[in-house]
Design a protein around this ligand. Structure first.
Ligand SMILES: [Fe+2]
Length: 243
């Protein structure tokens, strides 16, 4: 690596890597960068297109157009995640300038959670759509039955949580208590929970359904639940060894 390469040039390399990177993955920037710099410049990407299996939701009324418009928002969360990461990497950190009322550090850190968690939630949303819905399968079905008694009771609770939420509903696995629970997340960075793994993230922001169902969110939720890909949900659980 050219020892005279400026920090800004390194940042530009990181941005270029994001464009070329694979889908559904966090991407390290150029491998020749120092480890410290590479950590700073790790960027996120979204697919060029919605995964084809997701479009099978058209059979229950969630349209291709809705997903294609949704991709633009997903991309926006990735773009802003990367923008904030670059801003933090370039920022001259001075504790004397940090302030809880307003400061650049506060603005960047608060909005970073909105951007990055928006990116993460949409990853899970689209990763776990495009299936047949219906009763859960595999290990996740066992976890749902243990926590809620039956799939039907879980489904009713999940739907009600979705109607009560303002942006997101999660089925998440609690690693401490080794059980699943349906959580509300109004915005993607509200009501954080720790030591959990997201198994499902149902988007109930209006952009996810208004085009197809107008204000009838309950009908959208019914349709969404007929599109859950339980194999993908189980794969998410297996990746973190839910037990
Ligand atoms: Fe969304």
């Amino acid at each position: 690596m050219d020892l005279d390469m400026t920090r800004r040039e390194l940042l530009r390399l990181g941005a270029a890597g994001a464009v070329l990177g694979p889908s559904f993955s966090l991407l390290s920037s150029a491998s020749t960068l120092s480890e410290e710099t590479a950590m700073e410049l790790k960027l996120v990407t979204v697919p060029q297109a919605i995964p084809e299996k997701v479009y099978t939701s058209e059979r229950v009324g969630i349209s291709r157009k809705t997903h294609d418009e949704h991709l633009k928002l997903w991309q926006g969360y990735a773009n802003k995640t990367n923008e904030i990461r670059k801003a933090l990497a370039e920022m001259e950190v001075d504790p004397a300038k940090a302030n809880q009322i307003y400061s650049m550090m506060r603005a960047l850190k608060v909005d970073y959670t909105f951007a990055y968690e928006g990116y993460i939630n949409h990853n899970v949303y689209f990763e776990t759509m495009g299936g047949e819905g219906g009763p859960a399968t595999g290990k996740v079905a066992e976890l749902i039955n243990e926590a809620y008694g039956s799939f039907e009771k879980w489904a009713a609770e999940f739907k009600a949580t979705g109607i009560a939420g303002r942006g997101w509903v999660y089925l998440a696995y609690d690693h401490a208590e080794k059980r699943v629970f349906n959580y509300i997340g109004d915005a993607q960075n509200s009501f954080p929970i720790w030591n959990h793994t997201l198994l499902l993230a149902m988007d109930v922001y209006e952009h996810a359904y208004y085009l197809d169902f107008q204000t009838a969110r309950a009908k959208y939720i019914d349709a969404y639940m007929q599109c859950i890909d339980w194999d993908a949900v189980n794969a998410r659980g297996a990746a973190v060894s839910v037990s």
